[in-house]
Unconditional design. Sequence first.
Length: 138
Amino acid sequence: MPVSLDLVLAHHSLQFPIASWKRVRARLGTGRAHTTATPDQDFPDGAAIDHQRWYHRTYRDHLGFDIAAHTLFVVGSPTAFREHGAALRDLTERAPAHTHRHPGSGHYCVELASGPWTTARTRGNVPARLHIQYCDTW
């Protein structure tokens, strides 16, 4: 069953203690919605990403996932966000038309992985692969 979570993207160098998020969040106001745009050149084309380097032991540009206080934290380097951001951009650009072009196809999705390892879970018992599915309606 899908779970609704807030999302925080954080650069790994901040070393934010995710366990303290509940206390930090309690001090925050309601905030307001923001919209932003990212230039196309910030995301590499899928063919330009060297996926094989992800499997080297010394490669450290992987995303990390954790959950605290109904919030999913995605932590990583600029390289990790750029490379996985390309998949998310693909989802937002192609998914809305997919269901119209291919009726009955089910859904359009992408998966983000926390690394090339076969582990099913990361810290905090969060799945090591996030399956993000586009839905026309909620």
